[in-house]
Design a protein around this ligand. Structure first.
Ligand SMILES: [Zn+2]
Length: 301
């Protein structure tokens, strides 16, 4: 065995996995349908997967918040079932015997892009994931920031429109309510347009539709505002943008750049890049999180 580890990314519809080794890279990958009948069914499906795919350890990425000790689920709004308080890592370890680590899915995406993707030459990077909602992460000095509950980087809940639309988190005017995938669809519909998915919005905008373009431009202004704040705060000037709704960024980019240009005297030029690793980045980052020493810069080998 060459130190291969398993990375698993649990999404609302698919569980994606990758088997990765520090020596040989990606050895194998696959996906299966996420059970929709509750948390227990997902635990069983993931335990089964860990049992089937050989590896020394497993990293599991989840679309939500973890407990302070990173072993249990705190909040998982987009998956059906009773997740709050579930000792997911402990349960998987006792059922499989494997060493299991949990990670937030945006942070997993970021670690993969930092080590193997668009930011692999960089030390200081801000990451944005555009999906149904908006996630993020921050790397400083070559290391992805993680803290209690793995909550560092929640860009989607930075407020860009005070008093604006109510967010799923309970606050008003979060970035997610303007520029998240669900919000893009809702804003197009509110303007009289027809869209079922964020991809529909992007398709219509490609056809030079005024309403869809205006919605994406408005989202771009909001993203630029939040990015400008974070860049001013952190001095990080490389931004990697990924996620399933990232194709929408092409239509947002001029507005994002205009917002950033307005603050250029303080923040300087900002390098906006698209992610390289596609939809497998979350599983790959989860694998990296399970591999010993991958997120360290202290000279350990
Ligand atoms: Zn929010």
């Amino acid at each position: 065995m060459d130190g291969a580890v398993l990375g698993i990314d649990i999404g609302g519809t698919l569980i994606k996995w990758v088997r990765w080794s520090p020596v040989s890279g990606v050895l194998d990958r696959g996906e299966r349908t996420t059970p929709r009948s509750g948390a227990r069914a997902v635990v069983s499906a993931v335990a089964e997967l860990i049992g089937e795919v050989p590896g020394e350890a497993a990293g599991v990425a989840l679309p939500g918040h973890l407990s302070d000790d990173l072993r249990a689920v705190r909040l998982l709004p987009n998956l059906p079932g009773e997740w709050s308080g579930l000792r997911f890592a402990d349960e998987l370890e006792s059922r499989t015997g494997a060493c299991v680590r949990l990670v937030n899915d945006a942070r997993a995406f970021a670690l993969a892009e930092l080590r193997l993707g668009a930011a692999r030459q960089e030390d200081d990077v801000l990451f944005v994931t555009m999906g149904t909602g908006i996630g993020g992460a921050l790397a400083l000095n070559g290391r992805l920031l993680r803290a209690k509950g793995d909550r560092v980087g929640e860009l989607g809940h930075m407020i860009c429109r005070p008093g604006g639309a109510l967010c799923g988190c309970g606050a008003r005017g979060c970035l997610e309510t303007v520029a998240g995938g669900s919000a893009l669809v809702a804003h197009v519909r509110a303007g009289g347009g027809r869209a079922e998915t964020p991809q529909d919005v992007v398709r219509a905008a490609s056809g030079a539709d005024g309403l869809e373009r205006a919605v994406l431009e408005d989202a771009g202004r909001a993203i630029g505002l939040v990015l400008g704040n974070v860049v001013a705060y952190s001095s990080v000037s490389t931004v990697v943008i990924g996620g399933g709704v990232a194709p929408a960024f092409a239509f947002m980019k001029p507005a994002v750049e205009a917002e950033l240009a307005a603050r250029a005297r303080l923040v300087g030029p900002v390098d906006l890049r698209l992610a390289h690793l596609g939809s497998g980045a979350g599983a790959l980052g989860a694998a990296l999180m399970a591999a010993p020493h991958v997120n360290r810069t202290d000279g350990d080998t």
